[in-house]
Design a protein around this ligand. Structure first.
Ligand SMILES: C[S@@+](CC[C@H](N)C(=O)[O-])C[C@H]1O[C@@H](n2cnc3c(N)ncnc32)[C@H](O)[C@@H]1O
Length: 262
């Protein structure tokens, strides 16, 4: 499908990713000169464009990862490498009902909304209206509208005791242990809880509270180290630089109150 006015595109090479919304008459200014948006309208994804100084770039529709790392932000975000693992370890499926604590800039929400699809439901809390507004703008810019399966709530996830019937709960808030009692009602038996925390001391507190709660099992913490490789002729080696640390991911399963008595 040729590119049309108003679509998001990414100008890219192996190292560079520049996100733009195609607007007639606009120019993307780069370190290597500019690109006229008008020259891109009508091209196919994967086409080559050249800046005014001759630098060659490809133009594609952005992946969700491209978009998340380039979209405007007001908070720290969960990066795509961690979002990928959250989707698999959290086993988030089309049709799932997911409760999110800590909306921030909306990176996590974007991944969850896409994964659960319109048959699912996402309810997300933040204590700051400016964060909800920022996330709303980012989500609208990606989907083209605010998805109807999203409900944003201004409020404290630690106090969200009225929520129930969720398949998954994902927390990106500083003191998730304060939500453990609340989550007991929110998650269905067998549901999965996931928390993203930057410090291992927070993880220790959270894990201890989960262990003592008696209502969560299979508690597991991991971190994701992503190492890219440089492969060019005989130079085959890991990239010199990698992201050292983002956060720790903790997963736990909600236990049933029923017990088999043989
Ligand atoms: C690191 S940001 C979340 C980033 C988000 N997950 C993303 O990927 O873009 C943490 C957010 O948690 C919110 N927050 C802090 N305490 C909270 C609470 N008790 N309930 C709900 N939100 C809270 C903050 O306002 C902030 O927006």
């Amino acid at each position: 499908m040729p590119f049309k006015e108003g679509e998001l595109v990414v100008f890219a090479d192996q190292r560079i990713k520049l996100l733009q919304r195609l607007t007639p008459g606009e120019r993307l200014h780069t370190y290597w000169g500019y690109i006229e948006h008008d020259e891109v309208l009508g091209l196919e994804p994967g086409s080559i464009v050249r800046t005014s100084e001759g630098k060659k770039l490809y133009v594609f529709y952005p992946t969700l990862s491209n978009y998340i790392v380039k979209m405007p932000r007001k908070s720290g975000i969960i990066y795509p490498k961690d979002l990928g693992i959250i989707m698999m370890w959290g086993d988030i499926r089309p049709g799932h009902r997911v409760l999110v604590g800590g909306v921030g800039s909306g990176a996590l929400l974007l991944a969850v909304l896409r994964q659960v699809g319109t048959a699912g439901k996402v309810v997300a809390y933040d204590i700051r209206q400016d964060m909800l507004d920022c996330a709303m703008e980012n989500i609208k810019a990606w989907f083209g509208h605010l998805p109807s399966h999203l409900e944003l709530k201004l409020g404290d996830i630690y106090e969200a005791g009225g929520e129930s019937g969720f398949d998954r709960v994902i927390l990106d808030v500083p003191e998730p242990w304060r939500a453990v009692r609340t989550l007991d009602n929110a998650l269905v038996p067998g549901g999965i809880l996931c928390s993203y925390l930057p410090s291992i001391m927070q993880v220790r507190t959270f894990t201890t509270v989960l262990q003592k709660s008696g209502t969560f099992g299979l508690i597991e913490t991991l971190e994701v180290m992503l190492r890219s490789w440089h492969i060019e002729g005989r130079a085959v080696r890991p990239q010199h630089r990698m992201v050292g640390h983002t956060g720790f991911l903790t997963f736990a399963r909600k236990l049933s109150r029923q017990e088999f008595v043989g």
